[in-house]
Write a protein that binds this ligand. Structure first.
Ligand code: ATP
Ligand code: MG
Length: 563
């Protein structure tokens, strides 16, 4: 892409974009190059979406490009399944890395050569200490570390040992290659950090070619430099690694000089965004898989029915800052609701059916009534829904003895059935145990289409319904947060797992056009929320997920506190 063709975006949206704008204006960078560097040891989650939107977004806005780079330096935890899932999810979010994804493993040979470069310069050494010994001599935040007895090995000996590490002569953990920086540094990351470790493990891409693997710190900045990354954007926990990042770039003959900038991670209430926890949820069978609709993974959100534009909208709204914060999950829901309100066709479905018989409607007859597909979108048109003598309404829409302010169905009360007629509840039918099993009602033919009758009579409630004969039974799954506390403890997440995070309802009744399956995206079930067909659907038994309810608790809360 030609950089000069692209108008520079306005500064001021966030500090990262301000930095990039300033670098461009001062001529410090030409083409803006960023990267999104996931480790393929799990599926991507909504926190990664923040990094994806930032890295790909900045590249797009400044006419540069963003690499998708797999940070695949730890073969014991990485799998092809995760690599494939990550590519699928980034694409689905709407981003393109142009051509092929890149991998830290593409650079293993170059990284090895650079390790030798450091050894030759006397800036790296092979350490024979055990992991425990290294840990014990590392010092603390207040005490300096102690130098390794192997720190002053001769260059030739280091070169020999490092080559033999590569050749596979030593078992795991026998030796490491360390940078020789400063064991007394106030920054623990500079106390002779490990650059290479021995790991006899097969790698998803390089197979058994290597039995030593670079550390994150050694691979990351150098990969950035190889790719000409100009702005290496990462989360705050890497701020303390930046001096090491810069030290390595300064001490190696790298082809470019990337700069690292840190931004705050996304944290969400009622949610844990640590891959370790997400992995345990999957392995421990607490969820059905990485794409369980309750999971905060991109795959889970997609399966649940969240559109990618809602995720991008949410990420745009929360912005990018340097201070850690906790975002209310209701904000994510608000973005989902807003997008779906615009695009989702309306349908009628009854989740907990109660039968209604319209006594004055002729038996065996029916009629087609016109129902609006989306009041927010006039181009969406309308459809026909069948009205007949036997219907289902929502059990919750009836109370035998109405509470105060209950305006829906109760004996003697009249309500509107949406798009159909005014009906009045005349009689309640119960089973032997006293449960209400049916309502006997009458309708007013003068209210066809749900219109106010000539006498101007008003009703206070409009209910959704489906024709009993036409309805298609379905399972509908309602979701609640996976955790019961706003800030679950990652170390003890099991303690706050919500036992009621999935409520599966059977015998729900759908308007037949829902079950026909020709609606590719989520639908609004009137008065109930937004729903999306789940992959568990079988012929004759559709399964729907509730994406999100209709109630905007976030907006109401904001209105209350913001005035
Ligand atoms: P975890 O700490 O859960 O293992 P990670 O950060 O190590 O996750 P990576 O695959 O290394 O996972 O992440 C790839 C990129 O996504 C990194 O640049 C990381 O900073 C960023 N990232 C991960 N989690 C979040 C988050 N919650 N918010 C914003 N960015 C994130
Ligand atoms: Mg990481």
């Amino acid at each position: 892409m030609n950089v000069s063709d692209t108008p520079a975006r306005e500064a001021g949206q966030d500090f990262i974009r301000d930095i990039v704008t300033a670098d461009r204006e001062a001529g410090r960078v030409g083409e803006v190059v960023t990267r999104f560097p996931p480790e393929p040891n799990g599926y991507l989650h909504i926190g990664h979406a923040k990094s994806i939107c930032l890295n790909f977004g900045v590249a797009q806005e400044f006419g540069g490009h963003c690499n998708l780079r797999f940070d695949d330096t730890n073969p014991t935890r990485e799998e092809q399944e995760f690599i494939d899932a990550i590519e699928r999810d980034v694409r689905w979010l709407g981003f393109d890395w142009g051509g092929k994804a890149v991998h830290a493993s593409d650079y293993f040979e170059q990284l090895y050569d650079w390790a030798i470069h450091l050894i030759r310069d006397g800036k790296a050494y092979v350490d024979d200490q055990s992991q425990e010994e290294m840990r014990a001599s590392r010092g603390t935040l207040t005490e300096p570390g102690r130098e390794s007895p192997w720190r002053n090995r001769a260059v030739e000996e280091n070169l020999d040992l490092f080559a033999r590490m590569r050749a596979g002569e030593f078992p795991n953990g026998a030796r490491v290659l360390r940078a020789k920086i400063d064991m007394a540094s106030g920054n623990i990351n500079l106390r002779d950090p490990v650059l290479y470790r021995i790991l006899h493990a097969s790698h998803p891409r390089t197979g058994t070619a290597w039995c030593i693997y670079p550390s994150y710190d050694f691979a990351h900045g150098q990969s950035d430099a190889i790719e000409g990354v100009t702005h290496s954007l990462c989360t705050l926990e890497f701020a303390d690694h930046r001096p090491l990042y810069d030290w390595l770039i300064d001490n190696l003959p790298v082809p470019s000089r990337p700069r690292q900038y840190e931004f705050a991670r996304l944290n969400l209430t009622y949610t844990l965004l640590s891959k370790r926890v997400l992995t345990e949820l999957v392995r421990g069978g607490h969820v059905t898989g990485w794409d369980d609709p309750r999971m905060p993974t991109i795959a889970g959100l997609r399966r649940r029915g969240v559109p990618p534009e809602a995720i991008r909208d949410f990420i745009g709204r929360i912005g990018v800052a340097r201070a850690d914060s906790l975002v209310d999950v209701a904000m994510l829901e608000a973005s989902i609701r807003e997008v779906l309100n615009r695009i989702a066709p309306r349908r009628m479905a009854v989740l907990r059916p109660l039968k209604v018989v319209i006594e004055n409607y002729p038996e065996g007859e029916g009629e087609l009534l016109d129902a609006v597909n989306n009041p927010e979108d006039p181009t969406a048109g309308s459809r026909a829904v069948r009205f007949a003598r036997e219907l289902y309404v929502e059990r919750d829409d009836f109370m035998e003895t109405p509470e105060k302010k209950f305006f829906r169905l109760f004996p003697g009360n009249e309500v509107r059935l949406r798009y159909a007629y005014f009906v009045t509840c005349r009689e309640v039918v119960k089973d032997g145990a006293g449960n209400v099993i049916e309502l006997r009602c009458t309708y007013d033919p003068a209210t066809r289409g749900g219109e106010t009758p000539p006498d101007g009579r008003k009703v206070k409630a409009t209910l959704h319904w489906v024709s009993a004969r036409d309805a298609v039974p379905a399972e509908v799954r309602l979701y609640n947060p996976l955790f019961t506390t706003p800030e679950p403890e990652p170390g003890d997440f099991a303690a706050s797992l919500n036992p009621d995070s999935c409520e599966a309802l059977n015998g729900c009744m759908l308007e037949p056009s829902i079950a026909a399956g020709n609606e590719p995206g989520p639908m609004q079930f009137e008065r109930l929320g937004y729903f999306f067909r789940d992959a568990d659907s079988k012929p004759g038994l559709p399964v729907f997920n509730r994406v999100v309810g209709l109630r905007d608790s976030y907006a109401r809360q904001a209105a209350r506190s913001g005035g």
